[in-house]
Structures are given as structure tokens and as C-alpha cells.
Ligand binder design. Structure first.
Ligand SMILES: Cc1cc2nc3c(=O)[nH]c(=O)nc-3n(C[C@H](O)[C@H](O)[C@H](O)COP(=O)(O)OP(=O)(O)OC[C@H]3O[C@@H](n4cnc5c(N)ncnc54)[C@H](O)[C@@H]3O)c2cc1C
Length: 500
């Protein structure tokens, strides 16, 4: 049955953290705009944004070694770390605004303070970490970072990791207490509750199937009601494709020129979860290691204290792997179905270039549980198999594009916002640094898609995100002021929170 509906202002596709944030921003900027959401699953925050499907790190480059590289002259490049840190401050400011306005209630339900640490072994890695520490700790954004290569100090910081360690190799870590664990699943659900209270129409079990561009520039979105198979056609002046891994096939269906020559490479993930509360209690940090040679950046191993369902837990991973699905709940035909005449050469070039990566990912999938335990024992030498369970994480679809620097079919590890020339449709591709930088990404979207409104919206944006339009790098005092006030509002000031 075909059923034509009236034109709505905005359609958000997907009920993950990205749509949730865009919806919340728009509801503050233009409360009168009508917004509809279509989500194919039965609830919000069920795919990558779910707390069990991602690592919950508030990425601000406090511990992730892949955001700082060693240049050929031996110096450390921290430019990417600074960008990521600044982007996370935007998220903290928007969340603080929502808390202060009583639009989000208890910040502890979605963000908790947790030390962020980097841990390395071997002389060369220790020298790198020390050099990195010297540069970062002198920068206003990384104040409070400590370094130690003293085993006794490390035993205090990370007893579980140091106990039973027999290796004679040098070992060192950095630690900074201002890190966070973010429950993006809880945050997504809280934001959708808020949107519902603001009369946003949220349609679960509704899958977006296709698009048609109408002569007046608006979009007709074809949606299937999964419960009864009915097809509905909804029209909107603006559409955001926030389908996570499912965004690429939807973007391709729009037919916009900007959707061409782009491919996707799905990477699956596995976490190991500790089921022994005594072990969980012995660790209190997110500890990031170094990616193995040949391993992609998203497979950097880390041992994380997490706060999920009001309980402290311990996760190790993620182990990256290969799966042809674009979503955890996707189909085995997703990858092959995304190969189109316009991107086939790009995809083939990537296939040839990334042979080693594909081989690595397939090998990772084939690991036995005991082999995974061996990797875990590099972190926790005394880890017992009976204390750990394997669970599958979310899918990450990495972007494949032709780039000037990398040539045809280059695999990208970042996030990319694709918008039509007239700003009537936008899609978010890629997965990293992901949810942490959601506010930065959505501000970019507003600038690209609604340039005609930005002047009028600016005062409200500045009320929600006080540093909007200013550089926190160039204004260290403002950085400190914002960092302190958001820590206060989000309950991150306490040194250690007992949450059992
Ligand atoms: C293993 C792993 C670890 C990660 N760790 C971190 C981390 O530590 N920190 C961090 O900041 N980020 C992390 N990320 C990234 C982060 O999870 C994502 O960037 C973020 O959740 C993406 O949000 P989203 O709203 O775009 O997608 P999702 O949360 O996946 O939501 C997309 C939604 O769209 C729906 N959908 C798809 N297609 C359709 C359709 N046709 N019709 C209707 N609905 C549709 C899906 O069902 C889904 O609910 C990690 C990701 C993974 C997989």
C-alpha cells in the first residue's frame, strides 16, 4: 500500500548517538521544526552506540598512542591529539548544557571519571612514550599527565597488570586522571527520551529503503514498516542519514554526485568481558597499549574499567576481525551489495592494496579463545580463562576513497560527513574517533547544510557550547575554565568514584 504523507522539516534515519545529538541540537535551535525519526530496530542505541558494542572511551587523546606519531627527525607530532581533545571539549560542553537545563538528569548515568593510561614495553617504546609525555605534559590540554618507568609506581597504578609479570623488558606508562568512560548507549536512550518529550515522532521497526528527489528540492523517503510490511512515503526538506554502518548503502541510493566513488570496508570486533568481580575490583583505569605491527589502529588492545548498568566491569579488546556485514544486525550481502559501477575500481584497488589487512583480520577471526587469552595475558599475566567471556562488539565500516596522497582505493580510518551541494541531505560515514566527537561533527553539519541560519543560531549555539567559534588551543585560559566547569557539571571532579 502506498501512502503519501505531508512534508516534514527534518527526517533523521537511525536512532544512534549521531541522530540523537542532531535532533537535540535542532530542538534547541528551532523548536518549531517538525522532526521524524526512522529506526529499523525496536529501540534506540542498539547498534554501534550501544554500551556493549563500543569501548566507551571519551576520546580526548589522553591515552591513545595512534594520535601521536614519531616524525622522521625523532620529534613527536601531537597535532592530531590536540584536534581530538578540542573536539571532545565540544561534546562535554553540550552535555553540560543539557544537564544544567535539566534536559538530561543524572550525568553519572552516562559519563564517569576514569584515569586514562598508555602502557608500553621494550626499550624503544619506552623511549617513545617518554618523549611523547614530555611534549604532551607541557601542553595546557594534557596538564596532570604523569610518567613512570618504575615498577613499584606501576604496581600502585595498575596492580592487576603488574602482578605475575616476569619479563625483564623495560616497561613504562603515562597516567592522567581527567579521562572519562562514556556510556554512549545510555546517553543515546536519554536523548531519545528527551526528543520524545519534545514531540519528535520516533518510528521504531521502520526501515528506510529508498529516496527520491522531488522537483522542489525536498526528499521523498521510502520507509518499510517492518511489523506489517507496509511501505510509507515520507517527505522532508532535510534528511540526515545516521545509519551507522548502514549509512553507505543509503547514501548510494540518494544518487547524489557526492555519493559516488566511495566504498566501505567492514571490520568486526570482539571484546573479552571479565565475569569475576574480585578481578574487576583490582583495576581502575583505561589502559591503552600499542597496536601490533601490521594491525589497524582500531585494533589497539586496551583494558578498560567500564560503568555499565550501574555496575563496574572490565573489558579487554577489541579484537578486530572480518565480516561482510555493515551492521551487527546486517546481512552477509552488505559488502558485495555496496559494490556499484562507480566505485568498483576504487574497491578493487583497495582490495589489492589492503591484502595484508584482510589477511590479518581473517587470522584474527580464526583465533581460538585460548589464543585470545594469550593476548590478554600480555596485559594481565595471571588472567584465568574461566574469568573471561567473549562477546561480539559493533561493526565499523571504514571508508574507501580515491585520495591525492594515497591514490585509488585508499582506506580511511576517520569519520566523514558527506553533504549534497544544496545541503538538503547529509550522511555520516566512518567510525573513528566516533561518538566522542559527535558534537563537533553535528556543528559541521549545521554549518554545511544550514549556512543561511547560522548567524541567527549563533547566540544559542554559544549558550550551549561557549567555546563555539573560538580556538581552545589558542586560548588556554578558556580551555581551563571550560574543562573545570564541565567537570563540575558532569560530576567528573571527584578523584575516584566508588560505583559497585
Ligand atoms: C568496537 C567499537 C569500539 C568503539 N569504541 C569507541 C570508543 O571507545 N569511543 C567512541 O567515541 N567511539 C567508539 N566507537 C565508535 C562509535 O560507537 C560510533 O562512532 C557511534 O556509535 C556511531 O553512532 P551512529 O549513530 O552513527 O551509529 P549507530 O549507533 O550504529 O546507529 C545507527 C542506527 O541506524 C539504524 N539503521 C541503519 N540502517 C537503517 C535503515 N535503512 N533504516 C532505519 N534505520 C537504520 C541502525 O539500526 C542503528 O540503530 C566504537 C565503535 C566500535 C564498533
Amino acid at each position: 500500500m502506498d501512502n503519501i504523507e505531508k512534508v516534514t522539516d527534518v527526517i533523521l534515519i537511525g536512532a544512534g548517538i549521531m541522530s540523537a545529538t542532531l535532533g537535540a541540537l535542532l530542538k534547541e535551535l528551532v523548536p518549531e521544526w517538525e522532526i521524524k525519526v526512522f529506526e529499523k530496530l525496536g529501540d534506540s542505541g542498539e547498534e554501534s552506540s550501544n554500551e556493549w558494542n563500543n569501548a566507551g572511551t571519551g576520546h580526548s587523546a589522553l591515552c591513545e598512542l595512534n594520535y601521536t606519531t614519531e616524525k622522521s627527525d625523532g620529534s613527536i607530532d601531537i597535532s592530531k591529539a590536540i584536534v581530538i581533545n578540542e573536539q571532545f571539549q565540544l561534546s562535554r560542553q553540550f552535555w553540560s548544557f543539557l544537564v544544567k537545563s535539566n534536559l538530561l538528569r543524572n550525568p553519572k548515568d552516562f559519563i564517569m571519571p576514569i584515569p586514562h593510561m598508555s602502557l608500553v614495553q621494550g626499550e624503544k617504546n619506552v623511549a617513545f612514550l617518554k618523549k611523547r609525555f614530555e611534549v604532551l605534559s607541557n601542553h595546557p590540554m594534557f596538564q596532570g599527565m604523569e610518567f613512570s618507568d618504575d615498577p613499584d609506581q606501576l604496581k600502585e597504578w595498575i596492580p592487576l597488570i603488574m602482578e605475575g609479570r616476569t619479563s625483564e623488558e623495560p616497561i613504562a606508562a603515562t597516567k592522567i586522571d581527567s579521562g572519562t568512560d562514556v556510556n554512549f548507549g545510555a546517553l543515546t536512550r536519554m536523548l531519545f527520551d528527551h526528543l520524545k518529550s519534545k514531540d519528535v515522532e520516533i518510528n521504531y521497526n521502520h526501515s528506510v529503503e529508498d529516496f527520491k528527489r522531488l522537483s522542489d528540492g525536498s526528499w521523498e523517503v521510502k520507509v518499510q514498516d517492518i511489523a506489517n510490511g507496509t511501505i510509507e512515503n515520507h517527505m522532508a526538506k532535510f534528511v540526515f542519514i545516521g545509519g551507522g554502518g548502514g549509512s553507505l548503502p543509503l547514501l548510494q541510493k540518494t544518487g547524489i554526485p557526492e555519493s559516488k566513488h566511495i566504498g566501505g570496508f567492514p571490520v568486526s570486533g570482539l571484546f573479552m568481558v571479565c565475569s569475576n568481580p574480585e578481578v574487576v575490583e583490582q583495576h581502575h583505569a583505561k589502559v591503552y597499549g600499542k597496536a601490533k605491527i601490521g594491525a589497524p589502529p582500531m585494533s589497539v588492545p586496551h583494558l578498560d574499567t567500564r560503568y555499565i548498568d550501574n555496575k563496574r566491569t572490565l573489558l579487554f579488546g577489541p579484537f578486530a576481525g572480518f565480516s561482510p556485514k555493515f551492521l551487527k544486525t546486517g546481512s552477509n550481502f552488505d559488502l558485495i551489495g555496496s559494490v556499484k559501477p562507480d566505485n568498483v575500481l576504487t574497491m578493487l584497488a583497495a582490495g589489492v592494496k589492503e591484502m595484508a589487512l584482510t589477511k590479518y583480520l581473517i587470522q584474527q577471526v580464526m583465533l581460538s579463545n585460548e589464543e585470545r587469552m594469550e593476548e590478554l595475558r600480555e596485559f594481565i599475566p595471571n588472567a584465568k580463562s574461566e574469568d573471561w567471556e567473549v562477546m561480539s562488539a559493533g561493526q565499523r565500516v571504514q571508508i574507501i576513497k580515491d585520495t591525492e596522497s594515497g591514490g585509488k582505493g585508499t582506506l580511511q580510518f576517520g569519520t566523514e560527513l558527506i553533504t549534497s551541494a544544496d545541503g538538503s541531505i547529509a550522511a555520516l560515514l566512518g567510525a573513528s574517533p566516533g561518538a566522542s566527537t559527535v558534537v563537533h561533527v553535528m556543528l559541521e553539519l549545521l554549518n554545511k547544510c544550514f549556512p543561511q541560519h547560522m548567524k541567527e543560531w549563533e547566540p544559542k549555539i554559544k549558550e550551549m557550547i561557549p567555546s563555539y567559534g573560538l580556538s581552545l588551543v589558542e586560548n588556554p585560559e578558556l580551555y581551563k575554565e571550560i574543562h573545570d566547569s564541565t567537570s563540575q557539571t558532569l560530576g567528573l571532579s571527584e578523584k575516584e568514584t566508588v560505583y559497585l
